[in-house]
Design a binder for this molecule. Structure first.
Ligand code: GLN
Length: 192
């Protein structure tokens, strides 16, 4: 199994470290041709406008769209925004791969970063310690999307649509490998 991490901007190194801790071959992906032999892709957190602009500059938008149509793809934070179908902003390049509506600036200034323990469907054991940094939330999902996690107030922060996964927080910033391992299990299934 070989998983790429989109390495245009943001927290890509941390994702690679997590995957390697799981014994998975993990590589930085920046060019369209580097997607060819990947079994899965993680789009990291960072700044979605920058990731979108750089992806357009490198000719990655269409190749990434095609990739997400057939291969497991996981977006965290800015990566979740980039995967979404609707972010309410027309000018910003996104992949439109997941049938979710995302609000980019969901938490405003006062609590733009926080941590909380989040129960996540499909993860055994204690709640996941989730780090939110200027995080988005999912404001609407189509029926084919499964909600995996909600904040205590009900807002949706983790979703899955078949082989596509999106989390509003940064699982690569904690020592908890469970979500990376969950994603690798999706990759393994699609390879079988
Ligand atoms: N607010 C950022 C954006 O709009 C996302 C922040 C993050 O990825 N930590 O892209």
């Amino acid at each position: 199994m070989k998983i790429g991490v989109l390495a245009l901007q943001g927290a890509f190194i941390e994702h690679i470290k997590m995957l390697r801790q799981l014994g998975v071959e993990a590589v930085e992906a920046r060019l369209p041709q580097q997607l060819a032999d990947l079994d899965g892709l993680i789009i990291p957190g960072g700044e979605s406008t920058t990731i979108g602009k750089l992806a357009a500059t490198y000719g990655l938008i269409e190749p990434l769209r095609r990739f997400a149509k057939t291969k497991p793809t996981w977006g965290t934070c800015a990566g979740m925004i980039f995967l979404a179908k609707d972010i309410g902003i027309d000018e910003q390049p996104i992949l439109g791969a997941m049938d979710i509506t995302v609000d980019r600036n969901a938490f405003g200034r006062q609590i733009d970063s926080f941590e909380t323990d989040l129960p996540i469907a499909g993860l055994a054991g204690e709640p996941f310690h989730a780090v939110f940094i200027r995080a988005p939330v999912v404001t609407a999902v189509e029926p084919q999307v499964d909600v995996l996690g909600r904040l205590a107030d009900g807002r949706i922060v983790a979703v899955r649509q078949g082989r596509l996964l999106a989390t509003a927080f940064h699982p690569e910033l904690t020592g908890d490998l469970r979500l990376h391992s969950y994603f690798c299990a999706i990759v393994e299934l699609t390879m079988a």
